[in-house]
Design a binder for this molecule. Sequence first.
Ligand code: MG
Length: 250
Amino acid sequence: MIVLKTVEELKKMRTAGRISQRALRLAGEAVEPGVTTLELDSVVRKYIEEQGATPSFLGYGGFPASACSSVNNVVVHGIPSEKQVLKQGDIVSIDVGACFEGFHGDNAWTFPCGDISDEAKRLLDTTRDSLFEGIKAARAGNKVGDIGFAVQRYAELRSYSVVRDFTGHGVGAKLHEAPNVPNYGTPGKGATLMPGMAIAIEPMINMGTYRVKVLRDKWTTVTADGKLSAHFEHTVAITPDGPVILTLPD
Ligand code: MG
């Protein structure tokens, strides 16, 4: 069931979104060669807790950390570790959620570690831009399939592939709500977007095959061919005046 949010609830989500955005940005600023992904997780947890919010992912389904940190061929759900030391040329996707007064904000960004290759840069640019293509399609009266189509077309025209096994989602009092928001789709198909809906749009774009596999820790999801993957996400409210990104700074 799709839960519509009141204006008051969307205000709380805006605060949660601002906190999760700032935590994500601080973690991104900490990305550099020699830093461990566990240190990035500490940055996220500390900031969110200082704001009187809670990290949405900590303990969610048993997830053991506050942020997901997914390096290079890891698509999503990488577990922060003191053993994982970032090195020059890596790309690291960080996914952060914060819960404030009972409502969640959810966002992700892929950061370069030092200088990265031109082909990695192009993957990051394309994945980020495909997110904004999806957001543009997130208008009341449109369908969920319009969002997926917009993301998919943008990525595939640039010879990348779209992960199928994980999708965006409704977000609100729960971190994951209906509807699922796939990053692929057919225009005019799927649930109708209505004012009061809040959704996380989160393209996961691969350089090679779209196929992924989950490692034995039951979280870490890697590309089946070992090639790079990127992930960008915003929480977006559907309003009569168009999409409003809740996970932005002031
Ligand atoms: Mg999400």
